[in-house]
Design a protein. Structure first.
Lengths: 167, 160, 433
């Protein structure tokens, strides 16, 4: 974890984004960058092609439960050449939960974005195959939203019948 | 000698009964429905130290058509429950079911939206094993209980 | 009664449960790799859809693979995961960090010790707790034993799926020895929850140390015997050579992790990338191959088992002979049982730790990854100041490996599916959180 290369990389991102880089902070030596939602795809392309962040580790969503900018999607990427781990965050609001997909840059974003869709309901525009991944399509709720009860909604998932005649 | 007299309660039936009961209880072929961590303990039950073969469970038949007992090991989700029920329906009679572990019996530590709180919501379970995961000795105990059940309940006579 | 619908080339029964889900996944299989003109000229109907269903002896858990076959070759496939999804991330938001420990055991249930350690390390990072040195060394020993245990099961089941059933018995005999060790160390055979936040539960007894030393003496001979049997075995090599090949660019793009990634040439191991605990003081190598096929994955894992033995031997030498096994701060970890039973403060601290737990600062976020036997296992925690996490995301290696499996299986023969799934070693409890 070389801090000189980290500062150099951060400077390059600052130069590219300017004001659209809303916030940069470090939690235990990993930089977390919050950027403007409009420039997400462009920033990801820049980070992959210019800064060599070729390994996308994870895409995760969070429910902040605030009235403005309710959700947050975090992209966790690793640069093997410079041995760095960066986190890129965007806020998504509840009325318009749509983000551009990054599956054209990293194929591994495919299932990760499907998981974010399954758990939170955030749609990814341009995703080749946006379906639920863990729960069946018949399930109509998004479990990791804070208002979904832990024990689920009774009747939302059907059980098989306990008689062999299926009636 | 009418069929009723032959196949009712009589010397012929009870001898045949005890023969079939002896045969059935000493050759229980399990079908492992190994879902999660309890499946690993079930594999250890089939392994060299806690040998399942000495109880007659020599082969773990993964085909429902060729097995007697279905051991549900691990937590059952709503999505998986239909597959389990379908496999259960394909098993020919006589068949028994063992719910292995806390998760299969009652949902265990997973009290949340995805997990069925006990497979007895859709399967007729004959033996429950507690433990998380249960030691293979507990599985042997359950197999012995099923053997007792076979010896007491099954009968060839027509009116049963 | 389900009715038969003949749809030109592909016949399909109407599904009787979760109909929308089944239709969505069959449609997605049709649409995969679809160009503008769909070729429907298949008069002999040689293409069929084979469903390697959730209940299958060789899918290592509940995994459903839908394959479209052209004769014996898989033209395209889709994986349906989620048959073991219970929502532990939702449950984590309702439990304290220590209460969540048993759930981590049941994630990658082949090597539960390493999952426990991953959670403990993540919480220690976010709450800024310093773990004592001896506890870290004991955790490292436990993690490496769990790695050996997981690789033993991989070996047994992969070779049993390829046809040699006696391997299963041999590896399980070794696993029983490991179970005895874990029983002695932690009290349970494999879902131990031995790690506590701030340290570990109890010190290693002399009996446990003796058992581990005995295992370290005897295991390398077994490993050598298996090498002699398999490395030049004509059947084994033919079955695995060139099967399930993936090159390193596709491996990085698909997000593979662990030995599957190292078999393609990328030497990414979290123990060397960002050393945690005391791995920077231990001398070990990361086995890597370049071919990227199943045989390379086999060699990587076998060599990792030998490296683990080396690591445990060095840990025993470098470990401080005596020391505390848990940090001594009441707000950060459980007091020892002596204090709980014999002093009032100890009792109150124990109660508060169970009731409220460790409270990291509000708004803090932390990520910590470890090298689990399957790949990089990471916990990302966001805290809101209480003892329950606000969000806990688990980056599981099997999820990434299964995603890579969808790419690898295209173009393979259907009889190789079993060996490839065995070679990737997915664990469904880890992948379907």
């Amino acid at each position: 974890m070389n801090s000189d290369t980290k500062q150099a990389l951060l400077q390059k991102i600052r130069d590219k984004l300017g004001d659209d880089l809303h916030e940069v902070y470090e939690e235990y030596q990993y930089p977390l960058l919050r950027i403007n939602r409009e420039r997400l795809h462009e920033t990801c392309r820049f980070m992959k092609e210019e800064l060599h962040f070729i390994y996308l580790n994870d895409v995760l969503g969070t429910d902040r439960f605030t009235s403005v900018d309710r959700f947050e999607v975090i992209y966790h990427m690793i640069s093997l050449r410079d041995q760095q781990r960066f986190f890129l965050k965007v806020f998504v609001d509840e009325e318009d939960p749509v983000l551009p997909t990054v599956t054209d840059l990293w194929t591994s974003a495919n299932w990760n974005e499907r998981e974010v869709y399954d758990m939170f309901g955030i749609r990814f525009k341009g995703h080749p195959d946006l379906r639920r991944i863990f729960l069946p399509e018949d399930f109509k709720y998004f479990p990791l939203r804070k208002e979904f009860p832990l024990l689920g909604v009774p009747g939302s998932l059907e059980l098989p019948s306990s008689t062999p005649d299926h009636d | 000698m009418s069929l009723d007299r032959v196949m009712g309660e009589g010397f012929f039936t009870t001898t045949l009964d005890s023969l079939t009961k002896w045969g059935r209880s000493n050759a229980i072929w399990p079908m492992p429905m190994g879902l999660a961590c309890c499946a690993i303990e079930m594999m250890a039950f089939a392994g060299p130290k806690y040998d399942a073969a000495r109880f007659g469970s020599e082969v773990f038949r993964f085909s429902p058509r060729q097995s007697d007992v279905m051991i549900v090991a691990g937590w059952c989700t709503y999505k998986m429950s239909h597959a389990i029920r379908r496999v259960w329906d394909q098993m020919p009679d006589p068949k028994w079911c063992i719910a292995m572990g806390a998760c299969a019996s009652t949902g265990g530590m997973h009290r949340c939206y995805g997990v069925v709180q006990g497979v007895d919501n859709f399967l007729p379970v004959d033996a429950y094993i507690s433990g998380c995961p249960p030691r293979p000795e507990s599985v042997i105990n359950a197999i012995m209980k099923i053997q007792d059940k076979i010896k007491e309940e099954q009968s060839m006579s027509l009116d049963s | 009664m389900p009715s038969m619908e003949l749809d030109q080339n592909i016949s399909r029964k109407r599904p009787t449960f979760f109909p929308q889900h089944q239709e969505a996944i069959y449609k997605s299989l049709e649409d995969k790799h679809a160009t503008v003109e769909v070729d429907k000229s298949d008069p002999l109907a040689t293409r069929m859809i084979l469903n390697m269903g959730p209940q299958h002896p060789a899918t290592h858990g509940v995994l459903r693979v839908l394959m479209e076959l052209d004769g014996e070759t898989i033209t395209k496939c889709r994986l349906d995961t989620g048959y073991l999804h219970r929502g532990i991330e939702k449950m984590a938001e309702n439990k304290t960090y220590q209460e969540f420990m048993p759930y981590t055991d049941r994630m990658d249930y082949l090597s539960p010790y390493s999952n426990n350690v991953a959670l403990c390390l993540a919480v220690e990072r976010i709450a800024k707790i310093e773990c004592p040195e001896r506890a870290n060394y004991i955790r490292m020993i436990g993690c490496e034993l769990a790695r050996i245990s997981s690789h033993l099961l991989w070996l047994g089941t992969m070779i049993m799926d390829a046809g040699a059933i006696s391997f299963f018995i041999w590896t399980f005999r070794e696993r029983e020895k490991l179970y005895d060790i874990f029983d002695e160390v932690a009290g349970h055979r494999f879902t131990v929850s031995h790690s506590r936040i701030g340290g570990i539960n109890n010190e290693l007894t002399p009996v446990a140390v003796e058992k581990i030393q005995k295992f370290l003496r005897e295991f390398p001979k077994e490993l050598e015997g298996w090498h002699k049997l398999l490395d030049r075995n004509r059947i084994f090599v033919d079955r695995n050579n060139g099967v399930g090949q993936i090159d390193h660019e596709n491996a990085i793009a698909s997000g593979l992790a662990g030995p599957s990634l190292r078999a393609t040439g990328i030497a990414y191991d979290v123990r060397k990338f960002e050393p945690y605990m005391h791995y920077d003081q231990i001398d070990f190598e990361v086995p890597t191959r370049t071919e990227g096929d199943n045989l390379a994955r086999y060699y990587c894992r076998m060599e990792e088992m030998a490296e683990s033995i080396r690591i445990i031997e060095q840990c025993f030498k470098k470990m401080p002979k005596k020391g505390p096994v848990r940090v001594d701060d009441a707000k950060k970890s459980y007091p020892s049982k002596d204090e709980v039973y014999y002093s009032m403060e100890g009792l109150i601290h124990d109660f508060m730790m169970t009731d409220t737990g460790v409270c990291p600062p509000a708004g803090a976020e932390a990520y910590h990854a470890i090298e689990a036997p399957k790949g990089e296992l990471g916990f990302y925690i966001q805290s809101d100041g209480t003892g329950h996490p606000w969000r806990m995301k688990i980056k599981s290696p099997s999820f990434s490996n299964l995603q890579g499996l969808e790419t690898i299986l295209d173009g393979e023969m259907v009889a190789d599916t079993v060996v490839i799934i065995g070679g990737m070693d997915p664990v469904m409890g880890d992948s379907d959180k």
